[in-house]
Design a binder for this molecule. Structure first.
Ligand code: NAD
Length: 256
């Protein structure tokens, strides 16, 4: 059980982060969920997870594109035994047409925020004498596809940073690992479908079957609950010697 532990999950009012929040809460952890918005529905979401699982859940607003806000998220959480760096955005365009602002935002949110949160959380983990860093990378942290240069650069970057953090904490009861999901049907993936349809001149069903799940031999989307279950496993005693590595949850994508 993760009772007594606090899990901070960046970018978690939707998709994989929200799925991980549910599984952390189910395992008994106190949870901090986050996004850049500050709406009633964000705080209501925290309440509903708390009610469902009988644990403490707070929503803390912080924009992961800003380093000082990423650090402030950890400070405001007050405790961070489990850090899940999940916030991420995507943009699909050929590199010579890639909007500079999109490149910068993807690197800031998908990579730099994890640097800032990890830097802020490690001293807390050391003080607590236990810690888990779980970075949500991607199959695109290990392989590439056209038109996703910024995302792929950020995801390869976070896989590399995960290894460095693991080595820096190797002799401590702290681990750092990356989960590499294949395609999970979340709002992020949903939003890519129109651009990919345009890019390839295909209809929706063909994009799903021929482009997205083409690389996923199982021909099934992975689920947010499976990402949550994998994150909970990485927090278990069984995973205490798993550090500095990646766990693919990708239906065989990276075996191809
Ligand atoms: P999503 O769009 O459903 O969720 C992204 C979350 O990040 C949302 O909660 C959003 O509010 C938050 N977010 C966005 N910008 C933010 C910012 N500036 N500050 C704080 N929060 C911000 O997408 P998802 O598919 O759940 O993606 C979650 C993570 O999983 C991402 O890092 C993504 O790259 C990774 N991933 C997703 C898939 C997939 O198939 N869905 C595959 C591999 C990796």
């Amino acid at each position: 059980s993760l009772q007594g532990k606090t899990a901070v999950i960046t970018g978690s009012n939707s998709g994989i982060g929200l799925g991980i929040a549910h599984e952390m809460a189910r395992a008994g952890a106190s949870v901090v969920i986050n996004s850049f918005t500050d709406r009633d529905e964000d705080h209501d979401l925290a309440k509903s997870i708390a009610q469902e699982h009988g644990v403490d859940v707070r929503y803390i607003q912080a924009d992961m594109s800003k380093g000082d806000e990423a650090r402030a998220l950890i400070e405001k959480a007050g405790a961070c035994d489990i850090l899940i760096n999940n916030a991420g955005i995507q943009h699909v365009a050929p590199i010579d047409e890639f909007p500079i602002a999109k490149w910068d935002a993807i690197i800031a949110i998908n990579l730099n925020s994890a640097f800032h949160t990890t830097a802020a959380a490690l001293p807390m983990m050391r003080k607590a004498g236990w810690g888990r860093v779980v970075n949500i990378a991607s199959a695109h942290g290990l392989t590439a596809s056209p038109y996703k240069s910024a995302y792929i650069a950020a995801k390869h970057g976070i896989v590399g940073m995960t290894k460095a953090v693991a080595l820096e904490t190797a002799e401590e009861p702290i681990t750092a690992n990356a989960i590499c999901p294949g395609y999970v049907l979340t709002p992020l993936v949903e939003a890519q479908i129109p651009d990919t349809m345009k890019e390839y001149g295909m209809d929706r069903e063909t994009v799903i079957r021929e482009v997205m799940l083409k690389r996923q031999p199982s021909k099934e989307f992975a689920t947010v609950a499976q990402m949550g279950g994998t994150a909970v496993f990485l927090c278990s005693d069984a995973a205490a010697q798993i550090t500095g590595t990646t766990i693919s949850v990708d239906g065989g994508w990276t075996a191809l």
